[in-house]
Design a protein around this ligand. Structure first.
Ligand SMILES: [Zn+2]
Ligand SMILES: [Zn+2]
Length: 113
């Protein structure tokens, strides 16, 4: 079958992109039956915003990217951020825990004396 370049409108940004004959061949070889729905940039962006982390029990958990409520850096959480709950990055989470622990220690110390 002769392959020709296909023009597809990206589902995400609406931009037209080329699904080239070479890419089509690659897709076929990979066993993908559907042509891509998003342009290369949007696909790369989606990849960056999602992380798949292999778990000890063999399953894979999906992490969603959000901004840390404290430092604004990228934070990955195992749920889709809704905006209702603050999301913290790993560092801030640890710092928060240490802070809470210190408060607990302080409470106990004051109770003892
Ligand atoms: Zn796009
Ligand atoms: Zn942070």
């Amino acid at each position: 079958m002769e392959r020709t370049d296909q023009r597809i409108n990206c589902l995400n940004c609406g931009k037209e992109f080329i699904f080239s004959a070479r890419d089509q061949k690659y897709y076929e070889e990979m066993g993908f039956r559907n042509s891509p729905k998003r342009c290369r940039e949007c696909r790369a962006l989606m990849k960056r915003e999602r992380q798949f982390v292999p778990q000890a029990d063999g399953s894979v958990s999906e992490l969603f990217k959000s901004d840390c409520a404290l430092c604004g850096r990228a934070a990955y959480v195992p749920f889709k951020p809704t905006g209702c709950k603050p999301v913290y990055c790993r560092d801030c989470l640890v710092a928060k825990k240490i802070g809470e622990q210190k408060r607990e220690d302080y409470k106990q110390e004051t109770r003892l004396s």
